[in-house]
Design a protein around this ligand. Structure first.
Ligand code: ATP
Ligand code: MG
Length: 420
C-alpha cells in the first residue's frame, strides 16, 4: 500500500469541519477589517524566495522544495506567502489605484523540516498583509485582528510578543554590539550560527538550538539601539495596543526567521505545543516591495500557522459536523424510485438528506439513521404506497406523523429550517 509522504497529512472529515470553522471566522473577521482575498500560485521561481527571504535563513538554506522543472527552470514550492503577494502587488500594479491594499490568503506552504508535533512539510497558513501604510497603527491593527481571532476560536494559553528590529539607520549599531558579544561565546554556538555570526548576526538570535539560546542570555537588546523614529513608532504601537486592551510582552529576542523585516515584529506564542511555540508571526517589511522591483512603499503583515492553530482552539470538530435533517428509509424495491426522487428534490431544496440505495431491513436502516444522528426519518414501504402517505418520525421526540406524498417536500422543508 502506498502511504502519504512523511511530513504531509490528510485532513479527514471529522477534523475538516474544524478547519472550515476556523477559515470562516478568519475570512469574516478579515473582511470586516477591509481585507480582500488574493490567490497566488503554489510554485514560483526560486529566485523570488532567495531574494526576499534571504540566503542565510533556515528556509532558504535548508528547507525549500526546489527543483529544476522539465525545461530546466529552477522552481520552488512556496515556503511562505509574503514574497508571492509582494510579487503580485508589483506585477499587477495593485498600488496604482491606491497604494493602500489589505490582502489575505489561506493555503498550503512547503518546507522540508524534521516532522514532529506542530511541524509538517506541507502545512497551512492564514496570511494577511497591509501595503502602503507606514503608521504603526497598521501593525497594531494586525495584532488586534490576530488576538481577536484567537479569542473567538477560544485558543488556549496564548501570548502576544512584540519587538522592534529597527531600520537601516539603527540596525548597524546593534549589529556591531551583537557581533562583539557573539565573538565571546563563539565556541558555544552551533555550526550554522558560527557562520551566520559574521554574515548575518541577527539570525543567531532566532536559532532554536538550546546551546545557542543559552549562549545568548546576555545578548544586547535591540531596543537600546533604536533611532528616534523607530523608538517613536515602537512607543506608538505599544500605546495603541494598551488602549485596545491587548496584553503583550516586549520580547527583545524576537527577530523572526526572515530577512526582510524592519521595525515592528510580533509573534503569538502558546505553551500548548512544546517546542513549536509560535502560532503566528509577522511584522513590518518596509523595504521588500522596493527590493523586489516595485515602488518604495511600506508594508506589514502576518502569517498564522493553521495546523498549530487547529490544535489549540477550544472548539470541538464534532460541534460543526453536519447532521442530516432527514434520513429516508425505503423498504422494498417498489418504494425506492419515489424515495430516490424525494432524496434528490429535497437536496435541491436545501434539506440535508441521506438514503441508502440498496435493499436493507428496517432495523438496519434505523441503525444508519441513528449513526448519522438524523433529525427525522422518513419511512416508505408497501403499506405507505397503499395509503399514499409516508411516515415521518421525529428522532428526538419519537413522534410519528403521516405525511401525504404530495406534502413530503414542503413538510420537510419546513421541519428542517435552520436558523440563518
Ligand atoms: P518556527 O519558529 O516554529 O520554525 P517560523 O518562524 O519558521 O516558525 P514563520 O515563517 O513565521 O514560522 O511562519 C508563520 C507560522 O507558520 C509559524 O508561526 C507557525 O505557526 C507556522 N509554521 C511554520 N513552519 C511550520 C511547519 N513546518 N509546520 C507547521 N506550521 C508551521
Ligand atoms: Mg521555521
Amino acid at each position: 500500500m502506498i502511504q502519504l509522504i512523511r511530513g504531509f497529512k490528510d485532513i479527514l472529515p471529522g477534523e475538516v469541519e474544524l478547519w472550515q470553522k476556523i477559515e470562516q471566522e478568519a475570512r469574516s473577521l478579515f473582511e470586516n477589517f477591509g481585507f480582500r482575498e488574493i490567490r497566488i500560485p503554489i510554485m514560483e521561481k526560486t529566485e523570488l524566495f532567495k531574494r526576499s527571504i534571504g540566503e542565510d535563513t533556515d528556509i532558504v538554506e535548508k528547507e525549500m522544495y526546489t527543483f529544476a522543472d522539465r525545461g530546466g527552470d529552477m522552481v520552488t514550492l512556496r515556503p511562505e506567502a509574503t514574497a508571492s503577494i509582494v510579487r503580485a502587488y508589483i506585477q499587477h500594479k495593485l498600488y496604482a489605484p491606491d497604494p493602500v491594499q489589505r490582502l489575505f490568503m489561506i493555503g498550503p506552504m512547503f518546507r522540508r523540516e524534521r516532522p514532529q508535533k506542530g511541524r509538517y512539510r506541507q502545512f497551512y497558513q492564514i496570511d494577511a498583509e497591509i501595503f502602503g501604510v507606514a503608521s504603526p497603527l497598521a501593525d497594531a491593527q494586525l495584532i488586534f485582528m490576530l488576538v481577536t481571532l484567537l479569542g473567538r476560536l477560544q485558543a488556549k494559553n496564548v501570548e502576544a510578543h512584540v519587538n522592534s528590529l529597527g531600520c537601516p539607520a539603527c540596525r548597524p549599531g546593534f549589529r556591531d554590539a551583537l557581533q562583539g558579544m557573539l565573538a565571546h561565546v563563539s565556541d558555544k554556538l552551533c555550526e550554522d550560527c558560527r557562520r551566520r555570526r559574521d554574515r548575518n548576526p541577527l539570525r543567531v538570535l532566532d536559532c532554536k538550538v538550546p546551546g545557542c539560546r543559552e549562549a545568548l542570555t546576555g545578548a544586547p537588546s535591540i531596543i537600546d539601539y533604536l533611532c528616534g523614529d523607530c523608538r517613536r513608532d515602537f512607543d506608538e504601537l505599544q500605546a495603541a495596543l494598551t488602549a485596545l486592551g491587548v496584553s503583550y510582552i516586549v520580547d527583545k529576542r524576537l527577530v523572526r526567521g526572515l530577512d526582510y523585516y524592519t521595525r515592528a515584529t510580533f509573534e503569538i506564542q502558546t505553551g500548548e505545543l512544546g517546542a513549536q511555540s509560535a502560532v503566528a508571526g509577522g511584522g513590518r517589511y518596509d523595504r521588500l516591495v522596493k527590493e523586489l522591483g516595485g515602488p518604495d512603499l511600506p508594508a506589514t503583515g502576518f502569517a498564522i500557522g493553521f495546523d498549530r492553530l487547529a490544535e489549540i482552539v477550544g472548539l470541538q470538530a464534532g460541534d460543526y459536523q453536519p447532521r442530516p435533517d432527514v434520513f429516508i428509509a425505503a423498504l422494498g424495491s417498489r418504494s425506492r424510485p419515489l424515495a430516490f426522487e424525494w432524496c434528490c428534490r429535497l437536496g435541491r431544496e436545501g434539506v440535508r438528506v441521506e438514503m441508502e440505495f440498496g435493499e436493507k431491513s428496517l432495523k438496519s436502516l434505523m441503525k444508519s439513521a441513528d449513526r448519522l444522528k438524523a433529525d427525522h426519518v422518513l419511512m416508505i414501504g408497501d403499506q405507505e404506497l397503499e395509503k399514499q402517505a409516508a411516515v415521518l418520525r421525529n428522532m428526538q421526540t419519537k413522534e410519528q406523523t403521516a405525511v401525504p406524498f404530495d406534502r413530503v417536500v414542503d413538510t420537510l422543508k419546513t421541519a428542517s429550517r435552520r436558523p440563518s
